[in-house]
Design a protein around this ligand. Structure first.
Ligand code: ATP
Ligand code: MG
Length: 420
C-alpha cells in the first residue's frame, strides 16, 4: 500500500509541458477581448449557495447533482464552489453598482467546479472564459457575441472545426404556453419518462428536453417546439439575429431542441459545437438572460453572454495542430568556481535589466554537466563564467541553437551581442 497523496479525482494539474498551449490561448483571448472593449472582472471562487440556486434554478442538473456545497465549519454558512461564472458576475455587478452609468461589457476567466463523472473533456475542476454584456437589449449585442466567437475560432486556427447552432427560447409568455403543451405531451407518454424526467414533469418540464438519456431521445425529438410558440417580439429578435449572421457570412443551423442546462436563459440561445472531441462536443455556449439581474435583486437590466470550456478548446487546438508561440530563454548562465558563482548572480540580473530572459545555473557541478543543462533548457545562448572571466568582468557567449563562434566580451556588451 502506497500512502502517496494524489489530486482530487477529476481535478488536473496544468503541467509545464502544457504551459505553452495555455499561454498562447490566454494571450490570444486577452487581445481578442480588448479588441471588443470588454473589461475583466474577477469574483471569488466561493459564493453563498443561495446565489446559484436562485440564478441557475433549483431543478437543474447543476444545482441538483453537480455542486460542491458545504457548510463552513467556522460559522455555519452554506457555501458553494462556483459551477459557472454568470451568477457571480451579475451578483458582483449589482453589489458594486456597476450599471449605474449604463451598460457594461465584462469578461472573466478561471476555474469552475462541478461534481460530474470525469471523462475526456469533462472534469470536476475545469476552466471557462466567459463574457457578459449587461444592460443591452440587443439583438445587436447577441450578434456581436456571435461575431466575437467566429473571430476567436479563426484566431485560434479552429474555424473549420466548429459549427454554430442557435435557437430562441422566447419570452415569458411563449415559455408559459410551451410549458403547458410540454406537460400535456409528457403526461401522455409518462411510461417512457426516466426518474429525472418524472420528477421534473411539473417542476421544470423544459429541462426534460436536454436529457442525455439515449432511451428518451425519440420522445424528446417529437415533443412540442418552443419555436412554434414565439410571440411577435421574440420572433423579430430571432430574425434580426439570423439576419446579422447572414450579413457577416457566418454559417449556422437553427436547432429547435437547443434549450441549455440553466434556467436563466430567454430569447437567443446558442452553442458552438465540434465533432472532433467525441461526446463532449460543445466548446462554447450562451445566450440572452434578460430576467436574471432583477431576479438577483438588481434594477431590471437586459443581459447576454457566453462561456467557453478552455480544456475542450485546448484539446481542439491540439487536434488542429495550432502552432505554439515559441518563447525560449535567451541565456543560461553556466558558472564554475566560487568567484564565478558570485559574479554570475550579478551578470544574470544585469541581463534581465536589459530585458532578456535568463536562467542562472544554481548548485554548482562540472562545466560539462552545466553545459548539458544549458542545452536542455532550450536557451539560445550559454553564458559561460569561470573565475577568470569573473576577475576580468567578462563572460563567454556561446550560441546553442545556431552555428557561430564562442566570444568572450565585457559584461556590458553581452546583452547587445545576444540581442544582435
Ligand atoms: P455539457 O452539456 O457538456 O454538460 P453544459 O451545458 O453543462 O455542457 P455550460 O454550463 O454551458 O455547459 O458551460 C459552458 C462550457 O463549459 C461548455 O460548453 C463546456 O465547453 C464547458 N464545460 C461544462 N462543464 C464542463 C466540465 N465538467 N468539464 C469541462 N468543461 C466543461
Ligand atoms: Mg453539464
Amino acid at each position: 500500500m502506497s500512502n502517496t497523496l494524489r489530486a482530487v479525482r477529476g481535478m488536473n494539474d496544468m503541467l509545464p509541458a502544457d504551459a505553452g498551449l495555455w499561454g498562447r490561448f490566454e494571450a490570444t483571448v486577452r487581445d481578442w477581448l480588448k479588441s471588443y472593449g470588454y473589461q475583466e472582472l474577477r469574483t471569488p471562487i466561493l459564493e453563498h449557495t443561495a446565489l446559484f440556486k436562485r440564478a441557475i434554478g433549483e431543478v437543474t442538473d447543476i444545482v441538483e447533482k453537480e455542486m460542491y456545497t458545504f457548510e463552513d465549519a467556522l460559522n455555519g454558512e452554506n457555501l458553494t464552489l462556483r459551477p459557472e461564472g454568470t451568477a457571480s458576475c451579475v451578483r458582483a455587478a449589482i453589489e458594486n453598482n456597476l450599471l449605474f452609468d449604463g451598460g457594461k461589457r465584462l469578461w472573466y476567466m478561471g476555474p469552475m467546479f462541478r461534481h460530474e463523472r470525469p471523462q475526456k473533456g469533462r472534469y470536476r475542476q475545469f476552466h471557462q472564459v466567459g463574457i457578459e454584456a449587461l444592460g443591452h437589449a440587443g439583438p445587436d449585442l447577441d450578434i456581436e457575441h456571435l461575431l466575437m466567437g467566429a473571430r476567436l475560432w479563426k484566431q485560434l486556427g479552429l474555424a473549420e472545426f466548429v459549427a454554430l447552432e442557435i435557437n430562441s427560447l422566447g419570452g415569458a409568455e411563449s415559455r408559459a404556453r410551451h410549458r403547458q403543451k410540454l406537460i400535456e405531451y409528457f403526461e401522455a407518454h409518462k411510461a417512457q419518462l426516466d426518474e429525472d424526467a418524472q420528477r421534473r414533469l411539473y417542476a421544470n418540464p423544459l429541462r426534460i428536453l436536454d436529457t442525455k438519456n439515449p432511451a428518451m431521445q425519440d420522445l424528446v425529438a417529437a415533443a412540442p417546439k418552443l419555436m412554434d410558440e414565439l410571440d411577435d417580439e421574440a420572433r423579430r429578435h430571432f430574425d434580426a439575429v439570423q439576419q446579422g449572421l447572414h450579413d457577416a457570412g457566418i454559417a449556422f443551423k437553427v436547432n429547435p431542441r437547443l434549450v441549455r442546462g440553466l434556467d436563466y436563459y430567454n430569447y437567443t440561445v446558442y452553442e458552438w459545437v465540434t465533432d472532433k472531441l467525441g461526446a463532449q462536443g460543445t466548446v462554447c455556449a450562451g445566450g440572452r438572460y434578460d430576467g436574471l439581474v432583477a431576479q438577483l435583486g438588481g434594477k431590471p437590466a437586459p443581459a447576454c453572454g457566453f462561456a467557453m470550456g478552455v480544456e475542450r478548446l485546448l484539446a481542439l487546438m491540439q487536434e488542429a495542430g495550432t502552432p505554439l508561440v515559441d518563447d525560449p530563454l535567451d541565456a543560461y548562465v553556466v558558472n564554475v568556481g566560487e568567484a564565478a558563482a558570485r559574479f554570475a548572480l550579478q551578470a544574470a540580473e544585469r541581463l534581465r535589466d536589459a530585458g532578456l530572459k535568463v536562467a542562472l545555473h544554481c548548485g554548482g557541478g562540472s562545466f560539462k554537466s552545466q553545459m548539458k543543462k544549458a542545452d536542455a533548457s532550450g536557451a539560445r545562448f550559454a553564458l559561460i563564467i569561470g573565475d577568470d572571466e569573473a576577475q576580468a568582468g567578462e563572460a563567454s557567449v556561446k550560441p546553442l541553437r545556431a552555428e557561430g563562434e564562442q566570444q568572450r566580451v565585457k559584461l556590458d556588451n553581452v546583452a547587445q551581442l545576444i540581442k544582435d
